[in-house]
Design a protein around this ligand. Structure first.
Ligand code: FES
Length: 157
């Protein structure tokens, strides 16, 4: 457990307060813009996660999609083309097909690997949600739609 001073230093460097935890109560979602990047905080089954909001595929509103269980994984279902993105790992899942007696049948679910950045998120004793953006080096497909010149402040509810 970090001391208050350590927490303040961390916050001062790269943790950002994004809003009250109570605002997650109604919808379980909070959409915001940090350092020019659209991200969404979700509370699913009591657990927090923070994911790039905009779908890597074609810029759809991924973080507004329904939450579905896909092969035991908690996924956002993108409203535009129904891509399934794991809300906690950013992995994309797809259902393979098999052929039997000339018929195409649904096969097992498989992963394409991570497609969305997942950011650190915490609910702190002050009642606020804090996010620290992922800074893992290298390209992530969701980077392509994550930034917008107009995204300099909180833009969504
Ligand atoms: Fe999300 Fe195509 S834009 S699945």
């Amino acid at each position: 457990m970090a001391t208050a001073t350590e927490q303040a230093e961390t916050i001062g460097h790269d943790w950002v307060q994004v809003g009250p935890a109570s605002s997650l109560a109604a919808t379980g979602r909070m959409h915001t813009c940090l350092q020019g990047r659209y991200v969404s905080v979700l509370k699913v089954k009591g657990q927090l996660t923070c994911i790039d909001s905009i779908c890597f595929h074609a810029g759809g509103p991924l973080s507004l999609g329904d939450i579905e269980e896909v092969n035991g994984k908690t996924c956002l279902n993108c409203p535009w083309h129904n891509y399934k993105i794991d809300a906690f790992t950013g992995e994309k899942y797809y259902q393979s097909v098999t052929w039997q007696d000339g018929k195409m049948l649904p096969g097992e679910w498989k992963s394409n690997g991570p497609r969305h950045r997942i950011h650190q998120v915490e609910s702190r004793p002050d009642g606020m949600i804090y996010v620290r953006l992922d800074s893992t080096p290298g390209e992530m497909p969701s980077d392509g739609y994550a930034f917008d010149a107009a995204c300099g402040q909180r833009v969504l509810g």
